[in-house]
Write a protein that binds this ligand. Sequence first.
Ligand code: ADP
Ligand code: ZN
Ligand code: ZN
Length: 731
Amino acid sequence: MLAGVIINKKTAALNRIFHYIVPADLPVLPGQIVEVEFGRQTLEAIVVELTDNAQILPEKLKSIKRLVNPQQLFGADLLALSQFAADYYLCSRASVLQAMLPSGMHLTGTMPRSQIRRVVQLLNNEAKPTGAKQRRVIDLLKAQGELPLHELLALAEAQLPTVKRLQEQGIVAIIEEEIWDGQNLQPEADNRELSAAQRQVLAKIKENFEGDNKPVLLHGVTGSGKTEIYLRLAEEFRRQGQQVIILVPEIALTPQTVWIFRQRLGGGVAVLHSGLTGAERRAAWLGIASGHYDLVIGARSAIFAPTPNLGLIVIDEEHESTYKQDNAPRFHTRVLAQERCRLTGASLLLGSATPDIESYYKAEQGEYLLCEMPKRIGGREQAKMRLVDMSREFKEGNNSVLSRLLQQKLRENWQAGHQSLLFLNRRGYESFVSCRHCGFVVQCPHCSVAMAYHQGENVLKCHYCGQTAPLPQLCPECGSHAIRYFGAGTQKIVEAVQNLLPEARIARMDRDTATERGSFEQIYQAMRRGDVDILVGTQMIAKGLDFPNLTLVGVVAADLALNVPDLRSGERAFQLTTQVAGRAGRHQSGEVIVQTYQPTSEILQAAVRNDYQSFYRREILQRRLAEYPPFSSMIRVVISAGSMDSAVEVGRKLAINLQRTLENMQAEDKMRYFGPKPCPRVKIKNRYRLQIMLKGRDLALLRTVLSRATESLRLPPDTNLAIDVEPLNLI
Ligand code: ADP
Ligand code: ZN
Ligand code: ZN
């Protein structure tokens, strides 16, 4: 018997299946991790198949050396999914398998948590203990199922290393569980009545899951009660002995969702997040693989959770771009979720208040089942939204970042004892330093971006590579003194609010303040307790938060999202505005002020009217006219090199190869390519970047053409090709 393995290394030369003999005394199974000899090295590998193919000469083969992990970490579905992803995204299967592996998981953001409880679970009932302490630990776990770590140690009169050793052998798992500080949260009743809309939608979804089992797109405005739908379905699948994976855009930003699921579904909930150490993550994965959890909550990597009997995948806020991975393998969670459901027969539910244009189009075309919940629970009105024309403010003599209307509303809201939120959609926006005299802008020497001014430290910082520089006194171009920073960064807004309301308690939340561990949680809790009157922040505060006393939201500069040179900028602007607005008046009536220099923008007008439909109509028409997705597919190739010359050389060669391939395949009228041309960010971290964009209706054709064109392409050292299938990031 032979085992086909994938070596756990991303190197292109290793991107194929290698065969090893399965020793008689070491039976292995697909999905297990083994050690094999490769050349002179001993490498970790994943068994992906067993075969008795006689064509491979056994005398040339080596034997598998060692079983690293007896658990089948990858079920048949994940092994198949890894092949699908490698083919779909033109990447190595090892890179996908690595992304699936616990140690290769990268979950972003920090997890707000108050208290940690470690629980030990028995994974292997047949385990043979060595020594009296191990036996006591195992016997206790056999009797109790699971025990908190400190209790177990006390009862077994054992120390941590004993349990750790059992953990390393895969006999027990140590699971970290958060105990949520839920004192200020409204406890959710288990058995509350569903609203009529929820009842209808739930019935429709269930009927579909039992019948056609199409992916469902649940389009429900913020506050329409989508979470309750997820909960009911999760309970249902759990009753049938199946597991549910709930995906959220960023785990740190969804503390309430996690808390609600924990509270309603109890101990059987695993939360995967970046705060876990490698060992803890591994343990959580082992627990999931052995069916100890009914529900897994996590960010995009949790799509690979090794649930043995998957019933349902929920993708909450499915339009979020965090679902697309930015480095290889550059997968979109939605694509892999759909395939995993196809492979396993599981069901897929996508939820959003502002669905992705492409998802909504699929729903229109009947590929997805569309369910809509257009009203908030309890008949509460959406917050009232208004646009303010900032160029008029300026003309009429107000050059503050806050319009007169927003100033007035902030004051009134503060006097009424309510909380306000001011949202800026980019950190340190326009806090660049420029010369009023000649227009010179201080740029990072390594990246083609303006450096941002950080007032606290009084330095300039590059947000791509972290380079810092002192603030110049004179313009390096013209020698003028008129060089200074212009900003409407979050700091600048905080200042403006301080001037306006000196006694108000103001907090700032953005990537800068959130890098310190736990600070997100601190501000979050302060906001909950009512210790903050006005919260100023970036993207981080747009999502998921639910503060009962928050009744005013100000979008400081809606144009920022609108003006990004990207085919999806309109969509992003609509989504952001709607989402931020959804933070206001969730429990009492609220108001939203949207400041803009483009008050006639149809996108912003649709957003303030809460009119997804007319936004969608307009956007889908534009996509059709420009032949953008969903009316075409795209692949982006980024060539990066240590020098512009090598980048250009590779870019030219690739373009020639593409042209030849198109001619050979007579495919010139079926697809096109654009470039090579400089990426919008030509230089990042001292590497020069060019891009070639492939576009056409048939994604499979694009892949074939690109694969052939790159086959014979020789990359000089220090040059790199990054292939992004269906890219979201075009910078
Ligand atoms: P969404 O996820 O669609 O934004 P939520 O699920 O957060 O909406 O629901 C909004 C609010 O309504 C929450 O406070 C939730 O507890 C409450 N809610 C949801 N369903 C019901 C129900 N059937 N009865 C009463 N309150 C509900
Ligand atoms: Zn100058
Ligand atoms: Zn830089």
